[in-house]
Structure formats: structure tokens, C-alpha cells
Design a protein around this ligand. Structure first.
Ligand SMILES: CC(C)(COP(=O)(O)OP(=O)(O)OC[C@H]1O[C@@H](n2cnc3c(N)ncnc32)[C@H](O)[C@@H]1OP(=O)(O)O)[C@@H](O)C(=O)NCCC(=O)NCCS
Length: 129
């Protein structure tokens, strides 16, 4: 949407980081079966290519490590762009989705916390990955 763009007309990086944080927190919360979690880390990320107005973004999460109180996720953001060529338009959906392409990837770490904000064990299996 227009409100998600920067002055150059492409996706505003801060907005994308917020979406990464939010989406991966939801995924982590489900994996940990814990409602009270906090973001400990969002690793460096490099925007390999821009996303433009109307693009659909997909945020993919995968568990990289299950700790005692934490969980580490690998996160990949891909872009599905609308086709420019009208002859390739899907007659049902009025657009064709191009092959997904990677915009960026990063690592996120979430920690389960108690009512006082202290780390709380969520994974009973010691040394599990
Ligand atoms: C997250 C927080 C509760 C951790 O407290 P802490 O006393 O540092 O906790 P610990 O040292 O016991 O570490 C907790 C877990 O984080 C892991 N951890 C700590 N530093 C880490 C790092 N740099 N990278 C990856 N994991 C790390 C530990 O290994 C541990 O995981 P495990 O129990 O699964 O092995 C505390 O740092 C905090 O409140 N940070 C602010 C969170 C916040 O406000 N986030 C932004 C908005 S949600």
C-alpha cells in the first residue's frame, strides 16, 4: 500500500522489519505454545531487491533451534509481483502471480518470559534442536 512505501516508491525497510517481527512472533508463539514472548534478536538483513506498490509479500518462518527458554527462527521474505503482460493474466483472478523471489532473509530469536519478564522455560527437552 502507499503508506508502506519510502520516498523512492519502494517498500519502506522499517515497515518490513515490523512485519518480520510480528509474523515471526506469531509463528514462535505457536511453536512455543506461549503467549508471553519477547523479541530478543532480529539479525542483520540485506534488502536484495525492492518490493513495489501492489506486490504481495510472503513471510516464511522455519525453526532453526529450539532452546530452553528461547526459539530461533530462520525467516525469508519473498515477493509475488503482478504480471505486467496482459496476455498472461489469469482470467479468474485477473492477475498472474510471478514466481516468488527473495527480498531478504534473517534470523529472529524469541524468549518466553514470565509475569516479571524473566526467561521462562518452554521446552522441557534438554539439548534439543
Ligand atoms: C529477552 C530477555 C528476557 C532475556 O533475558 P536474559 O536475562 O538476558 O536471559 P538469558 O541470558 O537467560 O537468555 C535467555 C535465552 O536467550 C538466549 N540468548 C541470550 N542472548 C542471545 C543472543 N545474543 N543470541 C541468541 N540467543 C541468545 C539464551 O541462550 C537463552 O536461551 P535458552 O534458554 O533457550 O538457552 C531480556 O534480555 C529482555 O527483556 N530483553 C528485552 C526484550 C524486548 O523488550 N524486546 C523488544 C520488544 S518485544
Amino acid at each position: 500500500m502507499y503508506t508502506d512505501l519510502n520516498a523512492a516508491g519502494t517498500i519502506f525497510g522499517g515497515q518490513l522489519v515490523a512485519w518480520i517481527d510480528e509474523a515471526s512472533a506469531i509463528f514462535a508463539s505457536c511453536q512455543m505454545n506461549a503467549r508471553r514472548i519477547v523479541t530478543l534478536k532480529i539479525s542483520e538483513l540485506i534488502f536484495n531487491q525492492p518490493a513495489k506498490l501492489g506486490d504481495m509479500l510472503e513471510i516464511w518462518c522455519r525453526v532453526a533451534r529450539r532452546g530452553h527458554t528461547s526459539i530461533t527462527l530462520e525467516v525469508i521474505v519473498t515477493r509475488r509481483a503482478f504480471a505486467d503482460d496482459p496476455t498472461r493474466v489469469d482470467p479468474i483472478n485477473q492477475y498472474e502471480i510471478k514466481a516468488s523471489s527473495e527480498i531478504c532473509r534473517c534470523e529472529t530469536v524469541f524468549v518466553s518470559v514470565d509475569d516479571h519478564g524473566r526467561p521462562r522455560q518452554w521446552n522441557k527437552l534438554s539439548g534439543s534442536v
